[in-house]
Every structure is written in C-alpha cells, then in structure tokens.
Write a protein that binds this ligand. Structure first.
Ligand code: KG4
Ligand code: ZN
Length: 331
C-alpha cells in the first residue's frame, strides 16, 4: 500500500492507493474558505494551516482505508512545483513517517500526478495517450508513451504562453464579483446564461498546440466596464457563460488537433479545470476514447500522487533525508 501526501497549494491531502491502482481512500481538507476573504491563496496562511491539518488528514485517510501506518509499504509525497512553504510541510511529514519506519519514499512531481490521474481506478487508461492538463497554475497537452517512467515520462506538445486556464477562470470570476476559487462558481453561474450572448476572443497562438488566455480576461474587463455596474450585474450569467465558452473552446480545439496530429486515439483530462462541466461535455463529444476522471481526481488530491509512485523507483532510507522541496518544475 502506498500512502500519498499532497500539500503543494491550499488543499491538505492524503490518500491510500494500492500497487494495482485501487484507491482505498482519498481525503482532501480544503482551505478554500480560509483564503476566500483575500481573493486568492495566501502562501504563509496555507503552510500554517497545512501544519495544523496534516496529521489528522493522514489519520483520516488511513482510517477510511481500514489501514494503519504499519500497512504502508511506501510513502509518496509531492516535492514540486508549488508554494515552497506549503510543499515543505508535506515533505517534512513524509520524511518523518518514512524514516521512523525505514520505509522507502517517492518524491513526486505534482504535474505528473495530474497527467497520470486517469491511470487509477477500475478502467485505467493505458499509454500511449494524450492528456490535457488545465489547472490553476498550468495548462498543457502531454503525450505519454509506454516506455516512460519518472518525471520525464511525458512530452509537452503545447502549453499556455501566459495565463493558465484556471487562472483565467479565477480572474474572470473576480471581475464578475464571484468568490474564490472562481472556477466552480463560474461553472454554476454559466449554466443559467447564454454562451453566445457576448463575443469574447478565442486565442490559438501559432501553428502548434499552444494556448493563450491573457487577452480574454482583458476583454471581459472592458466589456464589464462598457456595460456599467448595474447592467453587468443583470447580465452576469450571460457574461459567465460566454466567458467560459471562450476558455473551453480553445481547450477542446487543441485536444482535438493533438489527437489528429499524433494519431493517438486515447485522451485523458486532468487538473482542476477538468472538473468544469462544459469542458467535460465537450471532451466527451470529441469522438475519441476519453478518460474523464471523477471530480475528486481532477482537483488537487493525494491519490494521484500515490498513483505516480507506482511507476517510478523510490528512494531508500536514508537517501531521502536530504530531500528538498522545489517551487519550480525543474528540481
Ligand atoms: O489542479 P487544481 O486543483 O490546483 C492547481 O494545481 O492549480 O486547480 C485549481 C483550479 C482553480 O483555478 C479553479 O478555479 C479551477 O481549477 N477549477 C475549475 C472548476 N473547478 C476547479 N475551473 C472551472 N470549472 C470548475 N468546475
Ligand atoms: Zn494541481
């Protein structure tokens, strides 16, 4: 059994996953409410809260899996990328637990967790496959081939040149006066609006598979200003639906182009934006073999982190004692 720990941003997460990819438990203590009054994640508050929650979250994950620490064969923990103070709480906890029991420890790349989330569960996706990852900090299309293992196991075919899709959701939601995180709220509001009401730009930069979302939020800003407060408020659902469509369109288009250009017929989605109802429906309608993980595997979670540990050799005791966290992708 693999105990996974994830504390890269504002969710305190622990999970128990088997070597076969069965998810025995997947616990997430969201700090969303704590940060919402600031309109975004406050790094120092996040790390302090991780410290308060991490032991209880791990205990809960073990209990739900009907296991104890004695049943763990391996500890997997996110070491990069993320908020450094937040990451360090998970890394220190994982090191302490592993060292006390002389267990091996697997340092995991958070993004690889999102890419490989669909390899978990009863109907795992098999390489070669493509994965569209769209989260609060990253947006890219990855190609996963059968031979790969370790953090370099996927090739990035295209990525955002500026804002991430989740960032576009969060910033747009803020302009519309919605709470943080904005994605889920925008998703809810958009269901009541007309996606054709406003014409927002769709950017597909270059001939490759890259994305660009920064122009979109500026377009929303100007549109809200032009409408004036009262009218923007009255037409909030239409604005949300049109804005969401302008984020989802290029994501779906690039996914479709990636399938065509690579000849690969299996597509997964991952990352918090993969929880978006419109994106899920659009990807489902692409006509490819698609893996759309349940919401809890899209947003940040520790099951996906434990899942990656199945594919990469861990560090043995005491080699991981000097292990450090890294804020950026390259450690
Ligand atoms: O993967 P994630 O949980 O954390 C990061 O690694 O960034 O992604 C968080 C992002 C946030 O920007 C949030 O607004 C967005 O995912 N998100 C959504 C939805 N649920 C979460 N965006 C659109 N629709 C949703 N339903
Ligand atoms: Zn994430």
């Amino acid at each position: 059994m693999i105990l996974g720990i994830e504390t890269s941003c504002d969710d305190t997460c622990a999970a128990v996953v088997t070597e076969a990819g069965e998810i025995r438990s997947n616990v997430v203590a969201s700090q969303g409410l704590l940060h919402s009054r600031y309109g975004g994640v406050v790094p120092e508050i996040a790390s302090r809260r991780h410290l308060e929650l991490i032991d209880a979250v791990i205990e809960d994950a073990l209990e739900r899996a009907e296991a104890t620490l004695d049943d763990a064969d391996l500890i997997a923990v996110t070491t990069r990328p993320g908020l450094i103070g937040a990451l360090l709480v998970g890394v220190s906890t994982a090191k302490a637990l592993a060292a006390a029991r002389r267990l091996p420890l697997a340092p995991i790349d958070h993004l690889q967790g999102h890419v490989l989330a669909s390899t978990l569960g009863e109907h795992p996706i098999e390489p070669p496959f493509l994965c569209l990852v769209a989260s609060g900090g990253h947006t890219f299309i990855a190609r996963v081939d059968p031979s790969g293992s370790g953090p370099e196991a996927y090739e990035v075919l295209g990525q955002t040149l500026d804002d991430a899709a989740g960032e576009a959701f969060d910033k747009g939601a803020r302009l519309l006066g919605l709470g943080y995180p904005g994605g889920p709220e925008m998703d809810r509001l958009a269901k009541r609006g007309d996606p054709a009401a406003f014409d927002f730009p769709r950017s597909l930069p270059g001939d490759g598979l890259d994305f660009s979302f920064s122009g979109l939020k500026t377009a929303l800003l100007y549109r809200v200003r032009d409408l004036g407060d009262a009218e923007a408020e009255r037409r909030r659902a239409d604005l949300a639906a049109s804005y969401q469509r302008a984020i989802v369109d290029p994501l779906a288009t690039r996914a479709e182009q990636a399938l065509e250009r690579t000849g690969i017929d299996r597509l997964a989605i991952g990352g918090g934006v993969a929880a978006n109802s419109e994106l899920r429906a659009r990807v489902d309608a692409l006509g490819a073999k698609t893996w759309i993980p349940e919401m809890s595997l899209c947003t940040d979670n520790a099951a996906m982190i434990a899942g990656v540990a199945r594919f990469q050799p861990p560090l043995e005791y005491p080699d991981y004692l000097a292990l450090d966290a890294s804020a950026t992708v390259a450690a």
